[in-house]
Design a protein around this ligand. Structure first.
Ligand code: NAD
Ligand code: MG
Length: 390
């Protein structure tokens, strides 16, 4: 029996993971959920905890934990905060940690799980973006860290049986986000509502906005750099509006291996949980007849944030942590209607320029850079858009 902890269980990935596990269990798979963690949606988390009879629960803060204790039977252990996430991630009753927390808040749990020798199914790409070197040095066996992100799941599958020296380049695809077909001059006026309507995926709010700026794609380039040990020059991005091809591995002899599936996150979530096995599909079957696949160069000038993010990745050190933290602040301000969409890229460029990089940072240095970038980006927003902004 594989015992799973789902961190971020009330989110877009988390709820789809519960659905996948429910289905796998019905079809006789030897999986059980033993722990669940989330931020603020206490009732929802407690409902899931009762359904799966979990023994361990963690919530964001002490008040949420207190509320959960009242709703759950007394044998359920309730934790809270970063320590709670870490306690679950390294708990002896857990074999696999599915980390679907959003943002920098996910890093410590990934590190705790890997140090305790658990397998990690990683949706929280920020773990690799901000702490790639810390994460990868804890991976003892290559199958210990399995990506959930669809592009990386595709590359992971395409790379099976391929020798590293036979790979010329890795390619990930981008849908282009909500404003793919909008002229660049209209971007300053788009609303949060418009940014949240992604053409092909239904995801949490932050990653949906990050898809519209292509910050998400920049993060995915950094994620691929760490996961596959590839230099930035050997990771390319293609605009692919249909979101059917997720990742491509170009080999030195001219062959290209592509992984194609319905754009449905339940597929990579399930694969990360059943790896190395493929089981019956959690989503509808892909019907290729009648489908068209298009690939284009990204119109880079329309997505200035992408190159800022990749530049931060190339600089390494604490630069990606600063950029990630600034992006969390800028996206939250945009979603609250306080800054225009185009200010996200502007703010990121400002933070990268101002940041004093610390090479090979410790976890504490990463967290200091994160805090600095949050304060500095809020200050930048106030200076740029007025004192009532944040
Ligand atoms: P979401 O906002 O829908 O859900 C986030 C979850 O994290 C929620 O359960 C929330 O309660 C929890 N959470 C947030 N802060 C927390 C904290 N401090 N402590 C404990 N729990 C906390 O986000 P999502 O779209 O599901 O994305 C989750 C992660 O997966 C992100 O890193 C994202 O980049 C990645 N990802 C998502 C998708 C997708 O389709 N949604 C695809 C690829 C990768
Ligand atoms: Mg992705």
């Amino acid at each position: 029996m594989t015992r799973i902890a789902v961190l971020g269980a009330t989110g877009s990935i988390g709820t789809q993971a519960l659905e996948v596990i429910r289905r796998l269990r019905r079809s006789g798979a030897e999986l059980e959920i033993v722990a669940l963690a989330a931020g603020r949606r206490v009732e929802e988390l407690c409902r899931a905890a009762s359904e799966f009879s979990v023994a361990l629960v963690s919530l964001r803060g002490p008040e949420e934990a207190q509320k959960a204790r009242k709703l759950l039977p007394p044998y359920v252990e309730v934790f809270h905060g970063q320590e709670g996430l870490e306690a679950i991630a390294r708990h002896p009753q857990v074999d696999v940690v599915l980390n679907a927390v959003v943002g920098a808040a996910g890093l410590r749990a990934t590190l705790a799980a890997l140090s305790a020798g658990k397998r990690v199914a990683l949706a929280n790409k920020e773990s690799l973006v901000i702490g790639g070197h810390l994460v990868m040095e804890l991976v003892r066996d290559p199958d210990q860290l399995i990506p959930v992100d669809s592009e990386h799941s595709a590359l992971w599958q395409a790379m099976r049986g391929v020798r590293r020296e036979e790979v010329k380049k890795l390619w990930i695809t981008a849908s282009g986000g909500a404003f793919r077909d909008l002229p660049p001059e209209d971007l300053a006026r788009v609303t949060p509502q418009e940014a949240l309507s992604h053409p092909t995926w239904r995801m949490g709010p932050r990653i949906t906005v990050d898809s519209a700026t292509l910050v998400n794609k920049g993060f995915e380039v950094i994620e691929a750099h760490w996961l596959f040990g590839m230099s930035y020059e050997r990771i390319g991005v293609l605009l692919h509006p249909q979101s059917l091809v997720h990742g491509l591995v170009e080999l030195v002899d001219g062959n290209v291996i592509a992984v194609i599936s319905e754009p449905d996150m339940r597929i990579p979530i399930q694969y990360a949980l059943t790896y190395p096995r493929h089981r019956s599909p959690p989503a509808r079957r892909l019907e290729l007849a009648g489908k068209t696949l298009e690939f284009r160069e990204i119109p880079w000038d329309k997505y200035p944030a992408f190159s800022v993010v990749v530049q931060a990745g190339k600089e390494g050190g604490t630069a990606p942590a600063a950029i990630n933290a600034a992006d969390e602040e800028l996206v939250a301000a945009f979603l609250a209607g306080r800054i225009p969409f185009t200010a996200i890229a502007e703010g990121l460029a400002y933070i990268l320029e101002r940041h004093h990089n610390v090479p090979c940072p410790t976890l504490e240095e990463i967290e200091t850079a994160d805090m600095w970038a949050r304060t500095e980006s809020r200050r930048w927003m106030r200076d740029r858009f007025g004192p009532t902004i944040v």
